[in-house]
Design a protein around this ligand. Structure first.
Ligand code: DGY
Length: 323
């Protein structure tokens, strides 16, 4: 029997970079399809493993850790988000947790800008008209949106991604760039040219509300009837964080009755969004299938870092990024 550590991978289609690094030193087995590993398959295959390479579609809780048994030393997720992992249960068992912050910050900030522009300038709606014959002529009042220039842009959560979004907003010359954050971010505010305010002020003043905060119990349904009520009627909501931040029923009501202007969501709850979701009936709601970090170099780097985190965890040395 091989003395190599045994690693289980929940996605066979992660970039080769990571797979090769692990195969050099470990015995790697993986789920065989590009869909998420079924729960019973995960529970069966985690038994006796030394490390787990997972993604945000795998729920890693006490049951999984119990099935793994005492050999499991590392859980490494190929994501910056980690709400799918029961951190306390891992710590209790002395299991180290790796994740992939930083490497996906730029890709996610870019996608946030792309989604904001697509939403406010109605790109998807306009493109559909081209295909369906709705484009009868150039028309002065048709498909008009609202520019970032001279607007107030509000960013909720001024962490790595929020700050990179802010830097990319500046060249569009907004009138004001404001943000809310649970802790003070005075240095970053000054450096970037943004002003910190309360969440309520941000809701009241912003033409664009961009969610880039983490999904925690405190941010669950942060956007709901009460907070939507505080937003301007021309406001555009952008979410590239997690779907759980938004009460989708309340959002639907506000979009439907034009009490806010539009929404661009890269994340929903649940994912995938069921095809009968009322949000899909709206023209003022753009929904993307969680592609914030989906550029090739970024996904390659996420795979590499996840693999390095696993190897470091198995050797008992410093990970690239550890929780
Ligand atoms: C993450 O990393 O948490 C993103 O949601 C996917 O890249």
């Amino acid at each position: 029997e091989s003395m190599k550590p045994r690693v289980y991978l929940t996605r066979p289609d992660v970039a080769r970079t990571g797979i090769e690094l692990i195969e050099d030193e470990c015995e790697l087995t993986s789920w065989s399809q590009s869909s998420p590993v079924p729960r019973d398959e995960l529970l069966r295959n985690i038994v006796g493993k030394d490390a787990l390479f997972c993604t945000l579609s795998d729920k890693i809780d006490a049951e999984v850790l119990d099935h793994a048994g005492p050999n499991l030393k590392v859980v490494a997720t190929m994501s910056v988000g980690y709400e799918h992992i029961d951190i306390a249960e891992c710590k209790k068992r002395g299991i180290r947790i790796g994740y992939t912050p930083d490497c996906l910050t730029d890709a996610t900030a870019e996608l946030t800008i792309a989604l904001l522009l697509a939403t406010t300038r109605r790109l998807i709606e306009a493109n559909k008209e081209v295909h369906t014959g709705g484009w009868s002529s150039w028309s002065p009042g048709w498909m008009c949106g609202q520019s970032i220039k001279d607007s107030t842009v509000g960013i909720v959560g001024f962490g790595r991604i929020g700050q990179e979004v802010a830097k990319r907003i500046i060249p569009f010359r907004p009138k004001r760039l404001i943000f809310s954050n649970r802790s003070e971010r005075a240095d970053e505010a000054k450096r970037i040219g943004a002003q910190q305010c309360t969440f309520d002020e941000l809701l009241q003043d912003s033409d664009f509300v961009i969610l880039t905060c983490a999904a925690t119990p405190e941010t669950k349904n942060l956007i709901n009837e009460t907070t939507l009520e505080k937003m301007k009627s021309n406001a555009v909501l952008i979410n590239t964080s997690r779907g759980t931040l938004v009460d989708q029923n309340d959002l639907y009501e506000f979009l439907k009755s034009n009490r806010i202007r539009a929404a661009g969501l890269d994340v929903t709850s649940p994912e995938p969004l069921p095809l009968d979701s009322p949000l899909l009936t709206l023209t003022n709601c753009i929904i993307l299938p969680h592609i914030g970090s989906a550029d090739m170099d970024t996904r390659m780097e996420m795979s590499r870092i996840t693999a390095c985190n696993i190897l470091a965890g198995l050797k008992g040395v410093k990970m690239i990024a550890e929780l």
